[in-house]
Design a protein around this ligand. Structure first.
Ligand code: UFG
Length: 333
């Protein structure tokens, strides 16, 4: 029996596949490669280039493979794009998940772990954020992820399918071995953008706002290493396999860092001065997002291994320094 990883050629998906294979699991990867990279897929995983929205392609995959559980990363995930092109998010994220759940029910596959996001909370009512706190997304990306969670709840009632939704805070870093790492086009995330400066690809980093109500005026985020996220998916799948009930878990380190602090850590790690320029605020950025992940620790037995920000940035630098153009033939796809 195999684990099916949808979106296993993307950033968090590919890292989860590496951890599953390291744990001796049999893995099938499905990805449409619109944003993922074939080169990011572990060579020991069986790969299918399919789109979860295609019932035909997914049906053929489920017919061919004996799938025991699904880990679902296949979604569009850019907050800014979700505001200018919301229907793409409803199509890919919500309709894609609907088609996937139909395929799963038709093939009697009843366990799914899926990537949700801190963006389901919107502007938090308090920090650290608990899973039971108000969910009021401020962008369409978060709205579709929250809708996916609700869709799974109703599907469970009708069809007995059990799920775990993992609400990530700021995923970052790269596998310590340096084989794979983060590659987006366009890149919008803070740490890879900062590291483009010492890599000679950017002159300075823009700081989006220094007038937030935080200790140095810049936004606070909870940065969590991608390998720690990957481990949480495996624990969540095992939890469901052992009969665990459907649930939602935050995944973060519970410690917030300002944008300025992240830049300072990157200066220390790379030995480069990394010039920074204060720019206007970016629309839709909450001032502060920090997770309480006590529930994941208690229920799933999750223990982040790379919690220290310097270690996280060093692992990202190890990847970007050696792969300045991401995957492939010298081109950031
Ligand atoms: N930032 C800058 N300059 C940049 C890029 C980012 O100052 O060039 C700031 C942002 O304003 C923000 C912080 O750095 O305050 C982190 O920004 P990221 O874009 O790296 O991450 P976000 O917190 O915006 O988004 C992340 C995930 C989303 C998820 C969201 C949940 O990437 O998928 O957290 O709020 F939805």
């Amino acid at each position: 029996m195999a684990i099916l990883v949808l979106g296993g050629a993307g950033y968090i998906g590919s890292h989860t596949v590496y951890e599953l294979i390291r744990a001796g699991r049999e893995v099938v990867v499905a990805d449409n490669l619109l944003t993922g990279f074939r080169a990011a897929v572990h060579p020991k995983a069986r790969f299918y280039q399919v789109d979860i929205r295609s019932r035909e392609e997914m049906g053929a995959l489920f017919d061919r493979e004996h799938i025991d559980g699904v880990i679902h990363f296949a979604a569009s995930s850019q907050v800014g794009e979700s505001m200018t092109n919301p229907l793409k998010y409803y199509d890919n994220n919500l309709w894609g998940t609907t088609a996937l759940l139909e395929s799963m029910i038709a093939h009697d596959v009843k366990r799914i772990v899926f990537s949700s996001t801190a963006a389901t909370y919107g502007e938090p009512e308090r920090v650290p954020i608990l899973e039971s706190d108000r969910t009021e997304p401020t962008n369409c990306y978060g709205e579709t992820k929250l809708a996916m969670e609700k869709e799974m709840r109703w599907t469970e009632r009708a069809h007995g399918l059990r799920f775990v939704a993992l609400r990530y805070f700021n995923a970052c870093g790269a596998i310590p071995s340096g084989e794979i790492g983060e590659a987006h086009n366009p890149e919008t995330h803070l740490i890879p953008l900062i590291l483009q400066v010492p890599n000679g690809q950017r002159e300075k980093i823009s700081v989006f706002g220094d007038d937030y109500p935080t200790k140095d005026g810049t936004c606070i985020r909870d940065y969590i290493h991608v390998t720690d996220l990957a481990q949480a998916h495996i624990l969540a799948l095992d939890y469901l396999m052992q009969g665990g009930k459907s649930d939602v878990f935050n995944l973060g380190n519970g410690v917030g860092f300002t944008v300025r602090e992240v830049i300072d850590v990157a200066r220390k790690v790379t030995g480069h001065p990394i010039p920074a320029e204060i720019c206007p605020r970016r629309a839709g950025d909450p001032a502060q997002l920090v997770a309480s992940s006590e529930k994941a620790k208690q229920v799933l037995g999750w223990k982040p291994q790379y919690a220290d920000l310097e270690t996280i940035v060093a692992s990202a630098w190890n990847w970007h320094r050696t792969h300045p153009h991401g995957f492939g033939d010298g081109r950031v796809k």
